[in-house]
Write a protein that binds this ligand. Structure first.
Ligand SMILES: [Zn+2]
Length: 379
């Protein structure tokens, strides 16, 4: 092949074509494959992060662990059955969801207060051998037996005491939905009652009562329909009620007494305004909880939020409430019986229709209903 010959130019053209078309094409394919791999990797990392956040939320008590979630953790842990049992027993301090799912919450709490043990036996021994003062403090905080030391608040409303059931008698049923309505009675109370009656559902009202005739009538109607009534607050003014244990007791007593006056019920359940963990009770929370539990009262937070106070629309609630309930082992649903949350009444019948069709059981909260508490055991 001579330089400048026809054959030479043929080869030259082929070479140029090859460089212009095929090399970029090959490079494109290579880059596409690399990019695809990279995006799969990023997606994996994202999923992992989401899962980690999910489990962090469970560990911190913000979320309910689900059975599916537990098996997901189990599957991802790569542990054998024996190793998992070891992990649950020995790693109790770090494995709240697993420990709680085994229903061993009291042991869990005392275990975490004991000094670190390398085996379950050691942990138990440590707890048992702990100084009597420490054990007593634990008993006071965790089981609230009447045998505890005298409370500094014992002289305040000494009759405001109820009998708490033993924790072993707590009811915790899979799939049960506990609808709760805070802040009532309101102009919406009778509408809410009529929807509940229509679907034959019992619910719980954490009320903010006053001594007006209208309020008494509504409290009576709630009780007569067979729903639970619990104390929410008399004033619902965070800065007042959380300023001291005494202030909390004053407010609580007023609401408790109105409920008793109107219905003859000495209610044993309550819900803290703003939930048990809020920005206003950081200083007083522990003392208030300790004193209220000493008196036998049980408080209930929630694990499903309707969002009605945050301006959720009909569509928001119609979509979110059933799907959030589906993600919980059992659900305590926060809704409001308030003039400022009219959407709750508008959506209630439709949400009930969906939930009843889905086969959920409903119940009201009694003091033997195992609580959902932001700082306490999982549902
Ligand atoms: Zn409230």
């Amino acid at each position: 092949m001579q330089f400048g010959s026809v054959a030479f130019f043929k080869v030259l053209i082929k070479t140029v074509l090859c460089i212009v078309f095929f090399v970029p094409l090959v490079l494109c394919v290579v880059f596409a494959v690399l990019l695809w791999n990279k995006s799969a990797e990023v997606k994996d990392i994202q999923q992992d992060n989401e899962r980690l956040e999910y489990y962090a939320a469970i560990l911190s008590g913000e979320r309910e662990p689900t059975v599916k979630g537990f098996y997901d953790v189990y599957a991802r842990s790569g542990l054998s059955d024996e190793e998992l049992i070891e992990y649950v027993l020995h790693g109790k301090d770090e494995s709240q969801p697993a420990a709680n799912m085994s229903g061993d919450t009291s042991a869990d709490s005392s275990a975490s207060s004991g000094s670190s043990g390398n085996s379950a036996l050691q942990t138990v021994d440590t707890t048992e051998a702990a100084s009597s003062a420490e054990s007593e403090a634990d008993a006071t905080a965790e089981t609230n037996q009447p045998t505890q030391p005298e409370s500094p608040y014992a002289d305040i409303y000494p009759d405001m005491m109820v009998n708490a059931p033993a924790e072993s008698d707590y009811v915790r049923e899979l799939g049960t939905v506990y609808l709760t309505f805070d802040d009532g009675p309101s102009d919406n109370t009778y509408s809410i009652l009529s929807y509940l009656e229509q679907y034959n559902v019992k619910a719980t009202f954490f009320v903010v009562p006053n001594r007006s005739e209208g309020c008494y009538a509504k409290l009576k109607a709630i009780a007569a329909a067979g729903h639970s009534i619990g104390v929410h607050s008399a004033s619902h003014v965070y800065t007042d009620i959380y300023s001291s244990v005494e202030a909390y007791l004053d407010d609580f007593h007023e609401a408790w007494d109105i409920i008793y006056d109107a219905t003859g019920i000495k209610t044993e359940i309550f819900r803290f305004p703003g939930g048990s963990v809020n920005d206003f009770n950081t200083e007083t929370r522990d003392k208030i909880i300790q004193e209220m539990t000493r008196r036998g009262f049980r408080y209930y937070d929630w694990n499903v939020e309707s969002g009605d106070v945050d301006g959720a629309t009909w569509t928001d609630m119609y979509n979110s409430i059933p799907s959030d309930i589906a993600n919980c082992y059992r659900s305590i649903v926060l809704m409001h019986d308030s003039n400022s949350t009219p959407n709750t009444v508008l959506v209630l019948g439709d949400v009930l229709h969906v939930l009843v069709s889905d086969g959920y059981k409903f119940d009201k909260i009694n003091n033997d209903t195992r609580p959902v508490q932001f700082t306490g055991p999982f549902a």
